[in-house]
Ligand binder design. Sequence first.
Ligand code: PRP
Length: 238
Amino acid sequence: MSAEKIIQLNSSENVTQNSSYSRSIIELPQTNRLQYLHAKMRDKTASKSQFIYYADQVFRLLIEQSLELLPFSNMNVTTPVGATYQGKTFTDPICAVSIVRAGESMESELRHIDLKIPIGKILIQRDTVTKLPKLYYSKLPDNIAECKVLMLEPMLATGGSALCAINVLLEAGVAQENITFVNLLCSPEGVKKVTSRFPKIQIVTSSIEECLNEHAFMIPGVGDFGDRYFGTTDLGAI
Ligand code: PRP
């Protein structure tokens, strides 16, 4: 996917749309610092603790950017010297839904930002051979239909898991335009699949990768995110 076909965030302004391709995907500005974090995280020699350390920092940037895109209203407070400060507060209730297992890795940074945001779960696992997703379980906040929903899933590869999860949210009454897909890495194939089916969903990612390989891994990618973050392979071992 060429650079002119995505929406880039401009660090000095807010959102810059470079083409009419899609309003639904935002890639974080590829700053030197972000590229440093990516290099440390993607390095195959990174230990489990290093991988978590750098991935969490990118999650923080992604969640903060995702929250910034939500509607805000004015909020006045009185300071200790009796003056009025006009700040902002979120207009709508917010919840998050993590796609187990990899999506749970994003919960910690979300909690650091705002402990009050409720977190639902959707358990989807891909068949290891066919790579087709299967829904096993979901538990969502009661008021999710009234919420702006942050869907936490670091990996968008073929798009099968994301489509499955989005369908669970829609069945629960969530409007497409109320879903922000908070994503670490996505493939052009996955982006196309999700945005063509659900054009009103907002995707916020830190990198649109080059392609998928024959094993449905993103290139250059990070390998198996869940295994590296949770330490279930030798590669992720400390
Ligand atoms: C991986 C990844 C995503 C999904 C993306 O999960 O964490 O959830 O695949 O792939 P897709 O876009 O092709 O559907 P996996 O099923 O390996 O489970 P895990 O989260 O337990 O690692």
